[in-house]
Write a protein that binds this ligand. Sequence first.
Ligand code: NDP
Length: 278
Amino acid sequence: MATLIDGKLISAKIKEDIKAKIEELKAKNITPGLAVILVGEDPASTVYVRNKEKMCGELGIKSEVYRLPESTTTSELLDLIDKLNENKAIHGILLQHPVPSHIDEYAAFNRISPKKDVDGFTDVNIGKLVIGKDTFVSCTPNGILAMLKHENVDISGKHCVIVGRSNIVGKPMSSLMLKENATVTICHSKTTNLTEITKQADILIVAIGKPKFITKDMVKKDAVVIDVGINRIDGKLIGDVDFDNVKEVASKITPVPGGVGPMTMVMLMSNTIKASTL
Ligand code: NDP
């Protein structure tokens, strides 16, 4: 039976470290500042932004939230990002994803100064990650790596299978695991022999957005299983992994909720602290 990787507990410990760092910065007259831009009223994004604001308050990070109407144009958004790039009190800029479809999302994310790109979405930071340089890493993959390290999971030489190749989770996760010397396989919707591959994983990371998609027969005995998925079913949050059955074969597993989710937010705070020291 698997032991639980408790994201709430691990993130709470990281929060304590962050608080200590903020105190050190305050002694040097630096107050880390994060600007969050929300365009439109997507309900999930509205909740995420509110939670980010709350955590900033809790930790002593100055937060400024820009709630822009759905009708905002790309050029108006770029103007705001330009102003925030120039603002010395703002160290990190986060553009809440997704933005309305009429906005040029690629242009908007890339307008953020790489030094303030606390989400690690700019081409510059993604490129640095791919070539193994120190940079801002996308918060969810960064949080997953922090969890694995906290749990003392052996990564070097292990086979890590990642299901999902999105730019915010799967792809950056693969670069991080390569840097940690794992042998990495990435699967996606066109992968034909998925079970054959997932069954080889020592570390299985799943980010596809399909409830309970990964079943017990797809998992090797004693694998470490990380479930990134968040699916809302009848008001409940369900992961991409069939937790109740997979926990019988895995050695360690993350729950949903309370696994990867809480880590994502603390990594954003951690990146903001890092940005304030650049
Ligand atoms: P995307 O929709 O951007 O990507 C989904 C990926 O899954 C794609 O690469 C897709 O393949 C792949 N996929 C879809 N169906 C299958 C299948 N049947 N077999 C194999 N691969 C498949 O999703 P995100 O990466 O943004 O998010 C994934 C999940 O993680 C969502 O539930 C999301 O809510 C959650 N999430 C959770 C976070 C957290 O903090 N816990 C943060 C970010 C996301 P293809 O490329 O071929 O289409």
